[in-house]
Design a binder for this molecule. Structure first.
Ligand code: SF4
Length: 334
């Protein structure tokens, strides 16, 4: 264990060049080979397909879409947990494949969906929050304890919980612990994968407000993965919509959400506006479920569910083209 203070150690990671995007994807793809059994032949599943985007510092970049659209696979690649099979990801301008995993985890931290399963039930809150410092060998026992208390204050957790276990906390408190753990390394980027979807509606707003306050206070960059457009509207500066692994619409959040261009984004927005508290599943709105990603439809992969399908949609893949200051992948705009 090193004797230096945690702050001086953390600052030893080189400062990012503010001119460069915090993260950038260039034609990123990820294919998994899937087989039903060891005897059957494997088929390729394109979980993420040719995604290019830039994530600028201090902004909230939301990635939305149904389960199975590839957003979590993209998040795992942005965290350095999974390598792309195509294209490249750049962290502060450097190919992430060339960045040491210790440095990645000091710059990019996750907050996952289910705070209960992401926290070790046998460890105290102090131990859980200080884990990244221990993994990186940063600080003394005293400095770690001080830092954990500071982080608990910051995320609104009473210090009396420091020796408690996750099962003694509410869902909202557990997610605050997960946020404190993510912040302890002072990362510039947080990847939030559905951070409020396992929480009660009454608690969701508190966690979203906390994330917003922390972002403003520390100029954090968030990649916010969500299927819930109402949540995204609350936080996001930019929205990327994914469908069957592809980026199909991208632009400033206010414009994409107020005036969606792609028929899929339009249907997602309509499903948000239903009186159903669960916002109407897109499957119900579209009348059909998500196609089998192992056997994706030809042409535009949304065509079997699209109410605006036209000639050529089932045979030609549309390109992601600029439409004023936005990008949209649909033949209606080509
Ligand atoms: Fe619908 Fe055709 Fe546009 Fe695909 S390309 S979303 S099928 S109109």
């Amino acid at each position: 264990m090193k004797n230096d203070s945690s702050k001086s150690e953390i600052q030893s990671v080189s400062k990012p060049n503010e001119e460069l995007p915090a993260l950038e994807c260039k034609n990123v793809g990820r294919t998994f080979m899937i087989g039903k059994s060891i005897l059957s032949s494997k088929k390729p599943l394109r979980a993420v397909d040719d995604v290019s985007l830039k994530i600028n510092r201090g902004q909230v970049f939301a990635v939305v879409g149904e389960s199975g659209c590839g957003k979590t696979t993209l998040a795992r690649m942005l965290l350095g947990l999974l390598e792309p099979t195509d294209g490249a990801i750049y962290l502060d301008g450097q190919p992430i494949s060339e960045v040491d995993s210790d440095v990645i985890s000091q710059k990019v931290q996750p907050v996952f969906q289910d705070p209960y399963s992401s926290l070790n039930p046998r460890k105290t809150i102090e131990s859980i929050i200080s884990l990244p410092l221990r993994v990186h060998g940063i600080g003394t026992k005293e400095s770690m304890l001080e830092r954990v208390s500071e982080l608990m204050r910051l995320v609104g957790l009473p210090n009396r919980l420091i020796h408690s276990y996750p099962n003694q906390l509410s869902g909202g408190q557990r997610q605050r612990v997960a946020i404190a753990r993510a912040l302890i390394m002072e990362p510039g980027i947080i990847v939030c994968d559905e951070p409020t979807s396992a929480l009660d509606v009454s608690v969701q707003a508190h966690i979203l407000n906390l994330l917003k306050d922390l972002k403003d206070r520390f100029n954090l960059t968030y990649i916010f993965i969500s299927h819930d457009l109402a949540v995204v509207e609350h936080l996001a500066d930019w929205v990327a919509v994914m469908y069957l692994g592809r980026l199909i619409e991208f632009g400033p959040a206010t414009e994409v959400l107020r005036n969606p261009l792609h028929p899929y984004t339009q249907a997602l927005m309509e499903s948000v506006l239903t009186p159903d508290p669960h916002k109407g599943l897109p499957e119900i709105t579209f009348g059909r479920g998500l196609p089998n990603p192992l056997d994706p439809p030809s042409g535009c992969s949304f065509h079997p569910r699209c109410s605006k399908i036209k000639d050529g949609c089932d045979s030609r893949l549309p390109s992601l083209l600029p439409e004023s200051d936005r990008l949209v992948e649909c033949h209606l705009y080509n």
